[in-house]
Ligand binder design. Sequence first.
Ligand SMILES: [Zn+2]
Length: 401
Amino acid sequence: MPNDCMAVSLGLPGLEVLHQRSLEGGSLEVTVRYRTRTASCPHCGKPAVIVHATTAQRKKDRRIWDRPLTLILFKRRFRCLRCGKVFTEPDPIFGHRRRSTGRLREHIACRAIGQPASQVARQEGVSASLVRRSFQDAYHHRWDEVRDHPLAAPILSLDEFSRAKRCYETLVYDPLAGNVLGLLPGNGGGPLRAYLEKLPDPDQVRVVTMDMHDPFRQAVQLCLPRARVVVDKFHFLRMAHHAVSQVRVTLQQTGTAPRSTLLFRGRHLLLVAQERFRPADWAKLRVLFRLTPELQIAWELKEELRQWYRSGSWEQARQQIRLWVAKVRRCGLAPFQPLLSTLRDWGEEILNTFHCPVTSGALEGKNNRIKVIKRMAYGYRNPDNLRMRILLTNRTIRAMA
Ligand SMILES: [Zn+2]
């Protein structure tokens, strides 16, 4: 060994290091054998000391100082003096016929919770199938436990998101605790009904928030008759944002060059809440409104709807929304018409917000978590892998009796 080297412990006290070398490209190769001198014969139980043969086996281990590490194990076969049979020594550190250390498999299983197997495989320099197998060995028993025990909470939130093109998943979470409780295939009512029917204490659920998706509402009304359905504020407001944008796009397409450019440049500002305006923003908006009065009406309708969500009581909110509906009818802006039909179909659930406001703090946290989940979703081709990882990382696993 050159005299500028230092030794570090391999961290596997059962092994004796015989030799080590540094390979081109930075990887390390360490030759080892088990410290024990004898092994008991699996046939008669007598300790055997006669080494019959030795074979060298290459095994992958965790990186040391970020350098890939391969262990070369001199594995012995013993001959028993009593019964004369030959047997291979036990291999607790690597496992029977495994070509990696147990600690490497644990390490990659742990990393594979948050990332697709192919990504972990690339980063760790192992095969994707090893990552998948290690993950299964480490977490499958917990997955079974999570999957078969739906959980309830006083407030449940339902959200659908796309895992891939036209492939939807339904997320069930507890917005107060920020926990993901379930992840169901598709966005239809069937899987949700199956989930809700299995809840251990359905009466505990008082409120279910959702977007305006009728299969969800039907499933909740059927399985949780005591729970109140609340349409998530952001989903309804998003429709108003969409309407303002549509009004702008139509004006932009029919206008001449300077007006169209101004409208295009104002596209983000039109959707910003007015409390967050900087002084210059008002001036920009006034220029736009002078050019296109319809846009001013659309913007005001959107802002009034935002203000409406601050109504003091359910009764007040009910009166205010009637006035707002009348105003939308009077102005006749086509992009706002879908909001009127939504109010007809979902008015009760939209107004329920004023009975059970879910605090915005919890919603913020929830939204961040869901963003992470959605980002994760695109890395997984197999939906079961995605569901398993989301539930394992986001759900507190309770001791099930
Ligand atoms: Zn024997």
